[in-house]
Write a protein that binds this ligand. Sequence first.
Ligand SMILES: [Zn+2]
Length: 617
Amino acid sequence: MCRVFIGLTLLAMLIKPAMLEAQNAAASAPSIRYTVRFPDPASHYASVEAVVPAGGRSSVELFMAVWTPGSYLVREFARNVEGVRATDAAGHPLAVEKSRKNRWRVETGGAAEIHFSYRLYCREMSVRTNWVEDKFALLNGAATFVSLVGGLKLQHDVRLELPAAWKSSITAMPDAPDGAAHHYLAPDYDTLVDSPILLGNPAVHRFDVDGIPHLLVDEGEAGVFDGARAAADVEKLVRAYRQMWGALPYSGRYVFLNLLVETGGGLEHRNSVCMMASRFATRTRRAYLSWLDLASHEYFHAWNIKRLRPVELGPFDYENETPTRSLWIAEGFTDYYGSLALRRTGLASEAEYVGSETPPAAWSLSGMIGTVQSAPGRLEQSLEEASYDAWIKFYRPDENSANSSISYYTKGALVGWLLDARVRKATAGKKSLDDVMRLAFARFSGERGFTTEAFKQLAAEVAGVPLGEFFRQNVEAAGELDYNEALDWFGLRFRPAAAAASNGNGGKKANLGILTKVDSGRLVVTRVPRATAAFAAGLAVDDEIVAIDDFRVRAEQFAQRLENYHAGDKVTLLVARRDQMMRLNVTLGEEAGGWQLEVRPDASAEQKKRLEAWTGK
Ligand SMILES: [Zn+2]
C-alpha cells in the first residue's frame, strides 16, 4: 500500500516543478543517512547504521533522545542500544567513547563522514517505544535514531530493509525524492522523531478529505477488528474537526497507526497518530465508542498541541525535561473536544455523551466528573501544578496518586466544559470555546506558541468579560469545580442513583473506602483514599485483610460480608502487615449514593436550543 503514496508523490512532483526543484535541493543538502535492518526480527532486535557528516571536525558527538514529545517522562532510550561501533567510509574502526548517559563521542581521524552502527533491543509495547517481532515492527524516532549534537536541522534520511515476509512500511514521514520503496526523508530531526513507522503487513483503509489521503493502518485485525467500519467513522470525526477549525492543518497524508495488540494508549504527531487497542474494540458498542474517543482525542492534537502549542513545547530539548503549566489546555481541552466530537458527529447518543446510562463511560461527562470527584487529590493539587509536575507525578503514579494529585486530562476537560458554558453565557450564545480555540490557533500556532497567561487573556477577549477569577479558582488553585452554571446553561442535572446505597434492611450500606486485589487467595489493600473509614482507621496499602470482628473473611466473600453491616457500625479488622497480625478499630463509612448526569426532563425551550447549539452538528 505504501507504493500508492510513492506514486502520488511522483505525480505531485510532475505537476509542481517548484516542488521538484525543492526536492532536488533537499537531495543534495547534507544529511544524516540511516539504514535500518531486521536480520532476526524474532529476537526483537533491529540494527541501525547512521552515516553522519563530520564537517571537518576531529571528533563528533552523537546523542539519543531521553524522552519523546507528548509523553512527559525521561525514558532513557539509550538503554536499549548495544554493540556500538564506528568506522570511516572504508571500514576502518574509529575510537568511540561514551560521553554522557545518552551520548557518544567519535574521533573522526579526518574522515568526511563516519559510519556509526548499533543494535537496538525493541521489545516495549507502547506508543512511544519500539517493538520488533517476526510479524511486524513499530519504530519511534526518539527511541531509534541517534543524531548529531547541534545537527537537528540537518536532513535525516531513512532507508528500511524489510524482511522478505513484510511488504509495507507506513509513516507520515515524507517519501524520499527518489521514490524508492521504504525510503523516507525527514527535513529535520523533529520530523524524524515525530513520524513513527509501522512495518509488516497491516490492513490499510483509506479515505480522502479535501483531496488529502487519510489512512487507518491496522496491525492485527485478525478477522476480528472491523477496519472498514472504523475508517468510515474516523472519517466522520476528521470532517467534523475540519468544519470546526475551518481547514485541515496538513497537506500531505495523515496516518492513523492502529496497533491491535491488547494494550492501550495513544501518542499524537503532526501528521499521524500511534494508537494501541484491543482487537475486540469494534465488537461491543461500549468498547467501540471508547476506541473512537481515543482516535478523536489523538486526532484533535493535529491542531491542539502539535501546531497550537504551549510555548515551552518547542523547539524541544530532547535531552532534558521540559515542564509547562499548560497541559490542562493542551491535553484537557483535547479530551473535552475528543468526546464532544463523538456527540457532534452523531457517533454517540445524547445519553452516551452526557453519561446518563449505567454505568456511564469514562469519556462521558458523567464519567469524567465521577473520576475527578472520587480523587481526593483534587483538593491538593491545582491544574497548573498537575501540568508542571507531569514528569514526576502523572507519569510516575503510585498507590497514593489519587490522594495527592489530579489529572490534567479529566479535570482539564471539565474546565474546558465550564469555560465553554461561561463564554456562551457571557456572549448570549454568540461565541463559544470553539471561537477561543480558533482565535488561539490564528494567533499562536506555528513557531510562536502561547503562554498560559496569553491563552487566558485570549479567552477573556472572546468572552468579553474578565475571567481572572474563573481561572484562579479552577486552574491556579486546587479545589472543587462548580458545575452549576454549565448545568443550568445546557439544561442538565445530577440524578441521584439512590438504589445502590441500601442493603434492603433500611440502613445505609457500609463502606470501607479501600481498593483491593486478590493475591494468591489473599485480600490485599491496594489503595487507601483520604477521607474514608479505612484511612481514618490507619489501614495501609499492602495490608492483608484476614477477618472482620475475628470472623475469617475470604477474598471472594469480602464484599458480601460487608453487606451484613451498616454505615456507622464499629468493627475490628484483623490484618496482616508484613506478616505481623494486628487489629484495627474501624467505624464503617457510608457508601456514596452515586449520581448521574442527565438532560433535565423539564428543560426549557431555551435550554434545549443551547444544548443543540453545543452538541449539534
Ligand atoms: Zn493527548
